[in-house]
Design a protein around this ligand. Structure first.
Ligand SMILES: [Zn+2]
Length: 259
């Protein structure tokens, strides 16, 4: 049930035929886990919190430093030195006290990932490394949790939605994690801060539409990859087919992990 204060707070959502009061209640009853409270996780968390997603968990092991503030807009200057997960949860809660935001200061690993992600209606992956991206992919497929993965570098970004069993997964495209020395990071190569904001905001928009789950609000990026080049402002959406011998989709990776 939504209180009078919540009905007022979310009135611009509720006005939409695709949302109404029932959709807003669905958002309130949703659990979303955000992996990585960085350039992508910051705007995604702010918009999901503002939209009234009832339970949000945010996982990150780092602390806030000066170089983060150019794009990680959930943090304030006064948060420098604080654990990101805790500062992000505190700032999202101060934006919307009618939801629950839990900050989990942990590095996600093969050992703890299932426990940390279990129970989520949706996972947002916005980490800065391929190892975590493959890990989230494998665990979400194994636990049958839909998830939206994204990446950003320099002036470019990508977003992809995956419903396990239905859509092609991250490993269908990339198969194996590239060696870290072959992959530039934002720390090495730079990134436009607002570009991370744009991609994280697309993740949030996709999430809200996915959680509403009505005929009119079908989200557009499941089974597809969106590539954005901000220099030319070209957005390309490409349908992705499952790879027949994908080890994640055929759950071979999960078997390997449990052997
Ligand atoms: Zn796959």
């Amino acid at each position: 049930m939504l209180s009078p204060e919540e009905l007022s707070r979310y009135s611009r959502n509720i006005l939409l035929n695709e949302v109404k009061r029932s959709g807003q209640e669905r958002l309130k009853n949703s659990i979303v886990t955000i992996v990585g409270a960085g350039g992508l996780g910051s705007p995604a968390l702010l918009y999901l919190a503002a939209a009234g997603v009832g339970k949000i968990r945010v996982i990150d092991s780092d602390t806030v430093d000066t170089t983060n503030l150019q794009r990680q807009i959930i943090y304030k200057h006064s948060d420098i030195g604080q654990p990101k997960a805790i500062a992000a949860a505190k700032n999202a809660s101060s934006l919307n006290p009618y939801i629950s935001v839990e900050g989990i200061q942990a590095r996600i690993s093969r050992e703890n990932a299932s426990d940390l992600l279990k129970g989520s209606d949706l996972v947002l992956e916005g980490s800065d490394n391929f190892e975590t991206k493959f890990l989230i992919n494998d665990i979400c497929i194994q636990e049958k949790i839909p998830y939206i993965t994204a990446g950003v570098l320099r002036f470019e970004g990508m977003v992809m939605g995956i419903r396990p069993g239905e859509d092609a997964c991250f490993r269908c495209i990339y198969e194996e994690s590239p060696a870290p020395e072959h992959v530039p990071s934002c720390a090495d190569a730079g990134v436009i801060g607002s570009m991370a904001g744009m991609i994280g905001t697309i993740q949030a928009t996709e999430s809200i539409q996915f959680l509403l789950n009505t005929e009119d609000s079908r989200s557009g990026l499941f089974g597809k990859i969106l590539q954005v080049d901000s220099k030319s402002m070209e957005f390309r959406t490409i349908p992705i087919c499952k790879r027949e011998d994908c080890e994640a989709c055929s759950l071979l990776i999960a078997k390997k992990l449990t052997v």
